[in-house]
Design a protein around this ligand. Structure first.
Ligand code: TPP
Ligand code: SF4
Length: 249
């Protein structure tokens, strides 16, 4: 009998994604849905989606949702988890959301050791609003607000948000992955599953940073955008487990 190797994930709604061709958000949604199903925690899950291209995540992920204002997801997740400790609470945030306007909420939630999980989608730009520079924009990268390329002296260096969160004593597990190749997609799914398991065990704050193509604002084809992740982004944001275990690094 033929083996079924592909099916519609239980926690993805029958909707058509609005994401651009080659965008990483679609893949990441699917991975989250697969992990929720495999860990049998979909009915317990509460997602706090961002302001950003994934603001409509509630159209796609079939789990409870508690929308947050731009950058406030870690604070909203804190409140939800403290009121409903038996639920699995996760934020889903872009780099503008988490590493610019939401830096304070994120660092302090991590430092308090809030038992929540953060999915941090790093595409190096403010995608939804048209491709402005984000804290994670690379040196020399063109954006609508750095038309001649990001200059470190003028604009600052790319921000290592995940490493900053790792320094916070209450964070437990932090890994940086990518969704530009099948191998990296598989590693991302493993990392998301580990982050959720840490929350299920009540161990504290977990975060998975996922390097994710934004072909539209990078002005590249989907294939060239996927290649750029390995060729350029991973040189500045290496794929690795940044922290595995409680305490300060
Ligand atoms: C308080 C506030 N300031 C600004 C905005 C406008 N805004 C919406 S999405 C966004 C940036 C989103 O970029 P990012 O978080 O990187 O997510 P992406 O769209 O790239 O997935 C901004 C600045 C807003 N919604 N609320
Ligand atoms: S603008 Fe970028 S991040 Fe937003 S949906 Fe399109 S490819 Fe994805």
């Amino acid at each position: 009998m033929a083996e079924k190797i592909f099916k519609w994930p239980k926690y993805i709604k029958k909707a058509t994604f609005h994401y651009c061709p080659g965008c990483g958000h679609s893949i990441i949604h699917r991975l989250i849905a697969e992990v929720l199903e495999e860990l049998d925690i979909g009915k317990l899950a509460i997602c706090v989606p961002p302001a950003g291209c994934a603001v409509l995540a509630y159209h796609y992920l079939d789990v409870d949702m508690g929308e947050a204002a731009h950058g406030r997801a870690a604070a909203v997740a804190t409140g939800i988890k403290r009121m409903l400790p038996d639920r699995i609470v996760f934020t889903y945030q872009g780099d503008g959301d988490i590493a610019a306007i939401g830096t304070a909420e994120t660092i302090h939630a991590a430092n308090r050791g809030e038992n929540v999980t953060t999915i941090f989608v790093n595409n190096g730009v403010y995608g939804m609003t048209g491709g402005q520079m984000a804290p994670t924009t690379l040196e020399g990268q063109h954006s609508t607000t750095t038309p001649g390329g990001r200059e470190i002296v003028r604009d600052g260096a790319p921000l290592d948000l995940s490493e900053m969160v790792a320094i916070a004593r209450g964070s437990v597990f932090i890994e940086r992955t990518a969704v530009n190749t099948p191998k990296n997609i598989r590693a991302t799914k493993k990392a998301i599953a580990k982050a959720f398991r840490i929350q299920m065990e009540g161990l504290g704050f977990s975060l998975v940073e996922i390097l994710s193509p934004c072909p539209t604002n990078w002005k590249l084809s989907p294939i060239d955008a996927a290649n750029r992740v390995t060729e350029t982004m991973t040189k500045i944001f290496p794929l690795k487990v940044i922290k595995d275990g409680a305490g300060q690094i």
